[in-house]
Design a binder for this molecule. Structure first.
Ligand code: FES
Length: 376
């Protein structure tokens, strides 16, 4: 077996670790409990850098936790924790004088066990449920309230009106998703480590397919032709639940960045924004910016707003006035009419010809600089 010098012993004192090059490969080298061991640096999941992970005594030995999404490997055997079948490539280590050498080839080959979850198959394979003739209208209500104390919501009521109208006037298939009824985790910011750490489907969803965002991804990306998002205004912004969902949609937009893959095709979005006082235009601008970056198209006049002005602190009259409003009655129908009208046209657009003029990692001013610890 051939061995290659990778560093000196001084460069790897006890209780330390580092990433070294072995020809074109990167190896995570560990020195714990006076033992030196070497496994491939690229995590079997999405190639996270194992050499940067935290090492701790766990289960039946010393384990490194991948810094991207938490897969674990025994640093001396390369094996996954008890009960898992994954095996990371393991290299032999030799000491010659002051030098640490690693076998040129692994002494145990890598093996990735099957991890696909049937619950996520449609998302993984992007099995779109739209067709040339489909008219699937999705409403997403982002208002929050306690299930024990239900109350009237202006944004949700307007959304229900729009969906009912779409069904009655156009025979649309309709679906309402209420974010407050879905339990889902906040985005945990894996993108901040590396653009490839933000995966499709979302890595949180992959860890837990019962996470409520699975329903949002399936309904919004695979099922809907038209998405109408309704939000109340909270301190001049969309609701906290809206932002919680938006952060978890980074994985949709990130597919464009890392794989040049636009997941949202031939779909329209419109918005319902209601508040006691003001700031409708700012909220609409925020939402429209985000949804265009996902790949949605907007009809002209793509939102309806309801507010009663800066001095309208008499909130007890808000619902009363809303229920009487002819403007609400009319515009909940008009935003649907505009969407349906435009949908007929965008159904004929060949989305393969649509570009996403977004920055790619290669556009970065630091793209030429190598990060020696990374595998990608
Ligand atoms: S856990 Fe290592 S890349 Fe996902």
């Amino acid at each position: 077996m051939d061995y290659i010098k990778v560093c000196t012993k001084d460069e790897l004192p006890n209780n330390s670790q580092k990433v070294v090059n072995l020809d074109t490969k990167k190896i995570a080298l560990f020195h714990y409990n006076e033992k030196i061991s070497a496994i491939a640096n690229a995590c079997l999941h999405k190639a996270g850098p194992l050499g940067l992970g935290v090492v701790r005594a766990k289960y039946d030995g010393m384990y490194v936790t991948c810094p991207w999404h938490g897969w674990e490997y025994n640093i001396e055997t390369g094996g996954a924790p008890p009960g898992y079948l994954d095996q990371q490539a393991l290299y032999e280590v030799k000491i010659e004088g002051e030098f640490i050498l690693i076998s040129k080839e692994p002494i145990v080959n890598a093996h990735k066990a099957h991890h696909d979850n049937p619950l996520l198959e449609d998302l993984m394979k992007l099995k779109y449920q739209t067709s040339e003739n489909s008219l699937n209208v999705l409403g997403i209500s982002t208002t929050n309230m306690s299930a024990n104390l239900p109350r009237f919501s202006t944004s949700e009521d307007a959304l229900e009106k729009s969906l009912t109208y779409a069904q009655e006037k156009y025979g649309a298939a309709i679906k309402m998703v209420k974010l407050r009824e879905l339990e889902f985790r906040n985005c945990e910011g894996y993108y901040s480590q590396h653009s490839h750490a933000c995966t499709w489907p979302c890595s949180i969803t992959q860890m837990n397919p019962h996470d409520g965002m699975t329903e949002v991804y399936e309904s919004m990306i695979l099922w809907a032709d038209i998405v109408i998002v309704a939000t109340p205004i909270r301190w001049g912004n969309a609701s906290a639940l809206y932002y919680k969902m938006a952060e978890r949609l980074n994985c949709v937009q990130n597919q464009i960045t890392i794989s040049n893959r636009i997941l949202v095709k031939n779909k329209l979005a419109s918005f319902i924004i209601t508040g006691g006082q003001d700031n409708i235009q700012q909220v609409a601008g925020q939402m429209m910016y985000f949804f265009t970056d996902l790949g949605f198209t907007f009809p002209p006049f793509s939102f309806l707003g309801w507010s009663r002005g800066w001095t309208a602190e008499d909130m007890d009259k808000n619902v009363m006035q809303f229920k009487k409003s002819q403007y609400i009655k009319r515009t909940t129908m008009e935003i649907v009419d505009n969407c349906v009208e435009l949908l007929k046209q965008i159904k004929n657009v060949n989305s393969a010809n649509i570009n996403a003029p977004l920055p790619k990692p290669s556009d970065s001013l630091s793209s030429e600089i190598e990060n020696k610890d990374m595998n990608l």
